[in-house]
Ligand binder design. Sequence first.
Ligand SMILES: [Zn+2]
Length: 183
Amino acid sequence: MLKLFAATIDEPRFSLPLGAPASPLPKNEDDFGSLRTFNGKVESQHTGRDYPVTEGNSVRAVAAGRVVLADEHFLTGNSVYIDHGDGMVSASFHMTSLSVKAGDEVKRGQVLGKVGATGRTSGTHLHLGIRWLAARVDPQPLLDSPLHLHDVGEKAATAERKEEKARVEPKESNRSIRRDDEG
Ligand SMILES: [Zn+2]
């Protein structure tokens, strides 16, 4: 799989913010990087975000790209990996069924499959993961308007006030995208 991620298209085919992977997209409980226990012991760190989308809803491509892998895996169930160019690969897991296959070119918003609970999961949800230049990054800030990004230690309320202010006096943002890989 790492070989697949390395063989990325050069030109970016995505734009930020990324498209929603489901519509409507329910709120996620901030689980990126959280520790996961199985049979009572900490086994892994969560490398994406889980969205409580109900069974049978469509899973959509967050950007245009090429499907590099669409298959059933033991842990992640029916999974789709898309190369969006410029080193970005998105992954959607646990689907009941897949509507694309490896090699397909997809458009932003194209249906990839249906939300389900395949693989090792405690219930129906959509898992979205993003690799960017091989790092596993938090998908949520990439789905939000850059106005929602907040600095380290900054409370959400402060970020909201800044957003209001930015609306009143628009000026160029020089903030970079947060990168939370797990090392
Ligand atoms: Zn997950």
